[in-house]
Design a binder for this molecule. Structure first.
Ligand SMILES: Nc1ncnc2c1ncn2[C@@H]1O[C@H](COP(=O)(O)OP(=O)(O)OP(=O)(O)O)[C@@H](O)[C@H]1O
Ligand SMILES: [Mg+2]
Length: 1245
């Protein structure tokens, strides 16, 4: 394939990239209603920068030496690598090289360079199938340049060689040497070469989710902008689009598809079990030993790792590239748009610098991604082999590789390698265990967001509808589930199937993987997670919650409390899985645990502001700080059904926050503020004092627009401090230090400089963020004291002055004085100030001493030769004495010639050798000190986590209060809700209430406000025409009540209510096919939950109950439910089209009849298609006599003839029923009141 053709194919692929960037999607969805409702996004262009890779087709010529310049490019010494290099063209070069690329010539700067490395003899051992690409200027500074790599683009000649220090040798080659590379396939997006059915099981199976989670992008890929140069270049190639693509590889014939042990009938797990064995482990694969023995050493390594992680995509590090083979390569071609390498095996790769992008993309598509690193250099490998006492086999002569990270949807940490999060939302890894005890369902749960590290644990009993489980899943939607491989009760499985059909699941074997409570405690006791870092012998500091979950009197904390057994089992499963993903130590050592309790239980517990609901859940409550919380009796309960029906946090169209209450409220400036607000929306307040406290804050803020603007501007500048604190904690963890227990501490990373720079930037960002926050709080001191709001004073006043914001000036001062932050930012490393680090100071002194000695020696030599003598050389060739040739006769036997040039000779002497050795040792000591000093700085920062957490809570609270204030200020008609403290007579009065966002954002609906009064009749029976606004009215009432109890102004003339303990909804029609429930079943089970749990303080919204069955059955059920609700005495809006129901309750004094008014013109009893109905959307007293269903039918586009015919049939039905009623009356009169069934009456006619 010509170069031009390769590029052409790249362009062809880039344009319709399946990994459209998040921002692309966001932009598309924000462009118009249609886009959102379609749930589609229109990628605006290539998702990846179209920089093109240059290949050398021109004769090679040596590349001039480069020295490290101010641009930070890597130094090239004469001891350069023996491999030819291919370069990536930077944006700047693009324009220069456009023409040459278009002409199929290699650009100037893209010449392949052959450089000689002394002392390395492996130049010729590079197998031809290696993805031998490297930028000749060293690793690119950031992804932008490195990301241009697409494996298939770098078509290489057989001379191509790898240019890495840790280059795999021939033995190390994962792919057998082939005489000549084949053309890479074009791999157009249509090609999905692997027929899944041909492989056993579904290795590396993605989550089938096609719908992104709420707020989550489907492909969290950093958006890339195309430079104009790149665009121009792409335009050149666009001309070639007429050409047919290169033939695709015959993907059905990849050799791995022929492997016996992958065939379904032969498939076994690592322990040799067949899939029908109950103990079968689908995560593993048995690979026959004789097959392994036939592999190259590196390929053997690959198969060994694949056999342990069969369900994952292995990103296998070779040199500075991640390589994917066989089925993983096929997956990557399909999902990432990579192109196959030449060779007989399926094989793709990308450079290390692109890891975050490609792994994030795979993870977002539901794959489990294993990052495998080299943990030895070839030199280390050789030293190991040499040291080994037994005879080394060829399989020993391969650099060691270890799994360093397994990333899934539930285990993303956004560390330096993984890259930063693009969304603020948390995504939970959740372990769930159920058990039936005395006919009741019991659930244990443990969940954590691995990017924040707070574990929630709890255990609760549930009803047969799993109401509490549904609520849990609505409040904390998991992105990955850990379940025990047992026959779980049907109820819970159906809930999981219906609510989380696409969520990634891991089924763990009970006992071995889903541990018992006792095993969990024992394991935690035996490990050092809870010991201070580096103090392996010190006492373990168990988290308070875990202590509470162990039996009283058990001082060793090894026996679970019986009512916590399931919760501890879930923690066991979580620990097992985190261990598998190599995240256990990082997360558990943070010791952040809080109790999860179902909100309805919590709300019953007086003052339940403990760890389960307080600041521990990151909800920013500052509850312990807030006196208004002391009398609060829990929260308003919003169960899973209500959260969904009222679309509080995710809409039912595409799962995003658009068109939801959260979407309307969320103008938070910080990522952690957004998370707190989400928690608030799912769990509004109930205590009048607590609500008043938030309302006071909102009022204060509204009255000071200048303060709002200033504080918002300050908050906007803050990074995601909550996630940063966790990341810094991990970086400070001793296990990750060089030589630590975590394999990442041994990994040879080619972008190490970049990662350590990112880590340092994280630290600097956190220090800077907290510094800015502190400055803001100090600046606000005077303003804060003038606020009447307690909450605002709390978060804007330093603790020393009676507030709650921690004064961490001293801590920050330490970091400011101990190293130069500007230099750290620039250089990406921390250089400690004098006196901060002993080890570093000693190395520095030694270097200064050597420098002096070197200078003195040079003076001596100049005197000796009687002319100017200078030092020459770099790195290990330094300190050669360069003297003019004319004085070389003065050289004696102690001078050893090293090199020469015209007119000058260069020598080493014993002294220069000695000084060089000392210099190298001192430099190494300084580097070692520097490596660890960064870690120690991180650890020192993390030690103050309590201070940082409190600061983040204050800032999160402030951010949310500002969001509420902004919403309140934006209400055209708005008022502060009046919360009635006397709760003896529940009340709800909304005067001229608007929908919170209809009319604001919904494309200019003129929303008609409505007045709802439930003082006299607490149950309102609402009738009205179809499309008359009944459902809207109900939703509006629920949302206004929630808004009021969130502590926000509401869009109404006035709103008065006594706090609602729970909002129940039975709205909309949906079925749960996945859980085997019909529409009517769903309707009735939701109703059953209302009848069971509603109290006199609840607000119940029931929309057209009973319409899912026959009229008489439905009407009878509605009637029964209505009576029950009357007995409960709750506030209730009950809409219906059953006019019989209205007749039944029209004289009931506790029921108020109301209807949505409409105006009918040309009323025509004979032909409803002649009628014109105008909806007034006004709630009015009394019942509406008709539903005007034919009008709705006509508006919906049912043909006029059909509507007319339907109307005639309806008239006949009515006449029959009238006759039947008359007949029944006559029958009663003459037969003494014996009842007659309607069916018998009709039959009697
Ligand atoms: N107060 C209002 N002001 C303006 N438009 C409204 C109002 N209430 C409802 N609407 C509009 O009317 C449409 C239909 O309302 P809704 O679904 O509430 O009717 P409905 O009475 O429940 O109908 P059905 O009986 O068929 O379920 C809404 O989508 C909205 O566009
Ligand atoms: Mg309706």
């Amino acid at each position: 394939m010509s170069q031009k053709n390769t590029l052409f194919n790249y362009f062809k692929r880039a344009k319709p990239s399946p990994t459209a960037s998040t921002d692309d999607k966001k932009t598309a969805s924000s462009e118009g209603k249609k886009t959102v409702s379609d749930g589609k996004s229109t990628p605006k262009g290539p998702s990846q920068k179209g920089n093109l890779l240059s290949r050398s087709t021109t004769p090679k010529r040596p590349r001039p030496k480069e020295s490290k310049g101010g641009d930070g490019k890597k130094e090239k010494s004469s001891s350069a690598k023996p491999y030819k290099r291919l370069r990536l063209i930077s944006d700047d070069e693009d324009s220069e090289n456009d023409q040459s690329l278009a002409n199929g010539k290699a650009p100037e700067g893209g010449d392949v360079v052959r450089e000689k490395e002394s002392g390395r003899g492996d130049a010729d051992t590079k197998p031809p199938d290696e993805p031998v690409l490297s930028d000749s200027d060293g690793p690119p500074e950031d992804d932008d340049s490195a990301d241009e790599y697409k494996s298939g683009k770098h078509e290489l000649s057989s001379e191509d060689e790898l240019a890495d220090d840790a280059v795999p040798s021939e033995e190390d080659s994962p792919v057998k040497k082939t005489p000549k590379r084949k053309k890479p396939s074009a791999a157009t997006p249509k090609q999905t070469p692997l027929s899944q059915s041909r492989l056993p099981g579904t290795p590396a199976t993605p989550n089938t989710a096609s719908t992104p989670r709420a707020g989550g992008p489907s492909t969290p890929v950093t958006p890339r902008a195309l430079g104009s140069a790149t665009k121009n270049k792409l335009a050149c190639f666009a001309l070639d689009s007429e050409r047919p693509p290169a033939p695709a590889a015959d993907a059905d014939h990849w050799p791995h598809l022929q492997l016996e042990f992958l065939r379904p009938e032969k498939r076994r797990d690592a322990a040799g079990r067949r899939p029908d064995d109950p103990e079968f482990d689908p995560r593993t694969l048995r690979v026959p030993a004789d097959f392994l023995d036939k592999q190259t050493p590196a390929m053997r390594q690959w198969w060994v790792l694949k056999s342990k992680h069969y369900d994952c995509v292995l990103l296998f590090k070779m040199g500075k590239f991640y390589e994917m083979f066989h089925m993983d390569a096929v997956t990557c071609v399909k999902e990432l748009g990579l192109l196959y390498m030449k060779g007989e095996h399926a094989h793709v790769g990308f450079p290390e610098a692109s890891y975050c992008r490609y792994s994030a993309s795979l993870v977002a598509k539901g794959y489990r991604v294993v990052r495998i690193e080299q943990t030895e250099t070839p030199d280390m490998m050789q030293a190991r082999v040499a040291k080994s006492t037994k005879k080394a086999t060829k399989f020993d002569k391969v650099v060691a590789r270890e799994v360093c990270q397994i990333t899934t949807m539930g285990t993303r940490t956004f560390n330096a390698v993984e890259g930063d999060a693009c969304e603020a939302d948390l995504s939970y890894l959740m372990a769930l265990r159920e058990q039936e005890v005395d006919g009741h369902l019991q659930f244990g749960v443990c969940f954590v967001d691995t990017s924040v590290g707070l574990f929630h644990m709890g255990q609760f009993t549930d009803d047969c509808h799993c109401s509490r489980l549904r609520t849990l899943l609505a409040h904390y939607p998991p992105s990955q589930l850990l379940l025990a491989r047992t026959t779980a009760p049907q109820e819970s499985r159906t809930v999981l199937n219906s609510l989380l059909p696409n969520v990634l699941r891991e089924t763990l074997r009970p006992g071995q993987e889903f541990w018992t409570g006792e095993k969990t405690l024992r394991f935690l006791a035996e490990t050092d997670y809870f010991r201070e870092d580096g103090d392996e012998t010190g006492p373990a500091q168990w988290p308070e919650l875990l202590l509470q979950m162990t039996k009283d009197g058990d001082t060793l904390h090894l026996t679970p409390r019986p009512d916590c057994e399931l919760a501890l089992q879930c923690l066991g499963a979580m620990t097992w899985y985190l261990q598998l993903c190599l995240l256990d130590a990082q997360l558990l050592s943070m010791r952040r645990f809080c109790r999860y309790q179902p909100p309805d239980i919590e709300s019953q517990q007086e003052g339940s502001s403990g760890p389960s609901s307080g600041g521990g859940d990151g909800s920013g409550d500052l509850s312990t700080a807030d006196p208004t919380q002391s009398d609060h009796t829990g929260r308003m309960v919003l169960d899973g059904i209500t959260v969904k029906n009222l679309e509080l946090v995710a809409n039912t169209v595409d799962g995003t926050t658009k068109g939801t209450l959260l979407g309307a409220l969320d103008t938070c400036a910080t990522a952690f503020g957004k998370r707190v607000l989400r928690a608030w929306v799912c769990s509004p307040l109930r205590s009048p004092a607590a609500i008043a406290a938030r309302l006071d804050a909102v009022d204060d803020l509204i009255s000071r627009a200048d303060v709002m603007d200033d504080v918002t501007a300050a908050l906007k500048k803050l990074p995601d401090l909550e996630r940063l604190v966790r990341r810094i904690h991990v970086q400070g963890n001793g296990r990750l230090r060089a030589g630590g227990s975590h394999p990442d501490s041994r990994a040879i990373m080619f972008e190490e400089g970049k990662y350590s720079r990112r880590k340092i930037l994280d630290l600097l960002a956190a220090i800077g963020g907290f510094q800015r926050a502190l400055t803001m709080v100090r600046t606000m001191a005077d303003t804060a004291s003038s606020f009447s709001s307690y909450l605002l004073r709390c978060c804007l006043t330093l603790d020393a002055d009676g507030g709650k914001f921690p004064d961490f000036a001293d801590v920050l001062e330490y970091f400011e004085s101990s190293f130069d932050q500007e230099e750290a930012r620039r250089e990406g490393r921390i250089l400690p100030a004098d006196g901060v680090d002993e080890q570093f100071d000693a190395a520095k002194d030694a270097l200064e001493q050597i420098e002096q000695e070197l200078a003195e020696y040079l003076r001596e030599q100049s005197r000796h030769f009687g002319c100017k003598v200078s030092y020459y050389g770099q790195a290990k060739n330094r300190f050669q004495l360069e003297l003019p040739e004319r004085v070389s006769h003065k050289v004696d036997g102690s001078y050893e010639l090293q090199s020469q040039k015209k007119g000058a000779k260069r020598y080493w002497t014993d002294t220069t050798r000695r000084l060089l050795a000392r210099q190298l040792a001192a430099e190494e000591a300084r580097a070692a000190a520097l490596r660890d000093i960064s870690r120690r700085m991180f650890a020192r920062f993390a030690r103050h986590h309590a201070v940082w957490e409190r600061a983040v809570q204050c800032l999160g609270l402030l951010d949310c209060l500002l969001a509420l204030a902004r919403f309140s200020r934006g209400c055209e008609v708005g008022c502060r809700p009046e919360i009635v403290t006397d709760q003896s007579e529940p009340v709800l009065e909304i005067e001229e209430g608007h929908h919170p966002w209809l009319g604001r954002s919904s494309g200019g609906i003129d929303f008609i406000p409505n007045t709802i009064s439930m003082q006299h009749g607490r149950l309102m029976l609402v009738t009205g025409p179809n499309m008359g606004g009944k459902s809207t009215l109900m939703r509006q009432a629920g949302l206004l009540v929630i808004l009021a109890q969130l502590g926000c102004h509401v869009p109404a003339e006035s709103l008065r209510l006594s706090p609602v303990d729970r909002v129940f909804t039975r709205l909309g029609a949906q079925d749960r096919i996945m859980s085997g429930q019909s529409t009517f079943h769903v309707e009735l089970s939701e109703t059953a939950a209302i009848m069971r749990h509603a109290t006199v303080h609840s607000l119940v919204l029931v929309d057209e109950l009973g319409r899912g069955t026959s009229t008489f059955d439905g009407c009878a059920i509605a009637s029964g439910v209505l009576r029950q609700l009357l007995r409960t005495g709750c506030r209730c809006l009950f809409s219906t089209h059953y006019h019989m129901l209205v007749e039944e309750f029209e004289h009931e004094p506790r029921v108020r009849l109301a209807h949505m008014a409409c105006m009918v013109e040309n009323e025509n009893e004979e032909d409803p298609t002649e009628e014109t109905i105008t909806f007034l959307y006004k709630l009015s007293d009394g019942a509406c006599p008709k539903s005007y269903g034919f009008n709705a039918a006509r508006l919906a586009g049912i043909p006029v003839e059909v509507v007319r015919k339907a109307h005639q049939v309806a008239r006949q039905f009515e006449q029959r029923i009238e006759k039947m009623a008359r007949f029944a009356a006559v029958w009663r009169e003459h037969c003494g009141g014996t009842a007659v069934s309607p069916a018998a009456a009709i039959a009697a006619q």
